[in-house]
Design a protein around this ligand. Structure first.
Ligand code: FES
Length: 127
């Protein structure tokens, strides 16, 4: 890593890992960026800019849920990805937190994400 890249890297401890249970989210301000940190049902952490890419809603006011997917039978759906979908509170667009924050309906659009690690039982985010 070159010296300038290291100087540009920013790291902050968000919370203790037990402060956020599976299925929960929290708001965090990372520098001047509003961030939503999500904990998936499998215990992994993910972080995104806390602004919906549609019209800017605070995603932390939405919910972590699942999504419906079509089956081979017309009119029949199955429920999947429970706890992996971040649903926007304003117009319901859905983003897959385990797939880089891609929008389910239009995967070419995705949320800005931040690297997250767990270090000494603390949730740490990087830019
Ligand atoms: S602001 Fe998020 S779906 Fe419209």
């Amino acid at each position: 890593m070159n010296k300038n890249a290291l100087a540009d890297t920013k790291r902050e401890v968000v919370c203790h890992q037990d402060d956020l249970q599976p299925g929960q989210m929290l708001e965090y301000t990372f520098g001047r960026h509003p961030v939503v940190v999500c904990r998936a049902e499998d215990g992994r952490f993910f972080a995104f800019l806390n602004r919906c890419i549609h019209q800017g809603a605070p995603l932390s006011k939405g919910k972590l849920c699942g999504a419906t997917a079509p089956t081979s039978n017309i009119g029949e759906y199955r429920f999947e990805k429970e706890g992996d979908i971040l649903r926007c509170p304003w117009h319901g667009r859905e983003f897959d937190i385990k797939n880089s924050g891609c929008m389910l309906a239009q995967p070419k659009y995705k949320l800005k994400s931040f690297k997250v690690t767990v270090e000494d039982e603390h949730v740490v985010i990087y830019r």
